[in-house]
Design a binder for this molecule. Sequence first.
Ligand code: PMP
Length: 398
Amino acid sequence: MDNQFAQRATIGSEGRLAQLFGGQLGNQGIKFSAGNPDPNSFPTDRMGTAINSVLHQTGNQLFEYQTVVGPNSLRTQLAKRMEKTADIATSADQILLTAGGQQALDLVGKLLLNPGDEVAVEAPTYVGALAAFDQYEPTYYDIELADDGLDIDQLERTLRQHPHIKLLYTVPDFHNPTGITMSIDKRQRLVQLADQYDFYILEDTPYRDLSYVGSPLPAIKSFDRAGRVIFISSFSKILMPGLRLGWVTASPTIVNKLRQLKETNDLESPALMLAAVDEFMKTNDLDHHIATLLPSYHQRLTTMIDALDEMMPKSVHFTRPTGGFFIWVTLPTGFNAADILDQVVIPQAQVSYVPGRVFYAHQNVTNTFRLNFSGVEPTEIITGVTRLTNVLIPLLSQ
Ligand code: PMP
């Protein structure tokens, strides 16, 4: 009966996301492959207090059906916060609360993409976005990443050749998987190009507040005058991923359409979680909570960079992010990071990383991998990088 599945269910049945969690590590294993926040950073008790408090205040009504848009007061708080921290002028009615940023990515794909529609993506880019878009069968165009964000000149050349490109997807702050941040200049040029060539920009920002050196840059959305930028963010990395809460802000027309699509998908997000996060933000300073996360993540980041600097052979290149969760490593051409992981790194070093292939729209680059530092203690980071380099060095010098 499997041949009766719809096309979208058969695309990448060995799904991109499935490849993220592969590899069996033993007890001594060190996992650089996850993308997790540090669970010790979760304000579990304070979230418990918020949950109890909304149960008390609202009672049975909290467990009734609500509306797809979610509580006005949470959306108002988010609108104010986006104005303050990202220079985005928006309002509660231009915000849709979603089941994590992931649902927002899927809804945007559903809204904009017919089979064959042209989408420009960073190469590499966030695997979960590619997995969501894959279902709608777009034609992808790869745009290379420089140290200061996507190669705008290449994007412009691509737009000249393919003027029907409809959407550009970007993770401008502490990009997943590379950790790269797009410069202000490029953010402005990108919006100008979108105006000139008439395409939407999907700005995905779950890491934007996790800046360990200086403040985050103004959002791409802050330069948007024509309503072309769809801005997505999430509570996953700044609070807890298990809340499954994210949000979108965009033009009223787009938000209305996304609202309809979300309704057909799940009617609404869970009211208890929405009310609890609303209460949490009223009774706690979210910015202060985020500020408490930064020193420990920063320490993990510098520990990993120092260890890589000290131990990796010069033929191996890696990014030097100033925020987020990830470092991106490039092996010399000809090396296959997936084979090396399975054959050497997991069995001999008991370390895991994510081979880079899944992060490319065309899955055509094999000599890169992603390291996560946010979920690993500093001492483990040093042990893990030592074990990793010990098995890589003999391979690379062959
Ligand atoms: N976008 C990016 C760039 C991400 O890294 C992630 C999570 N890893 C998401 C979206 C989705 O996160 P969530 O659904 O938990 O908000």
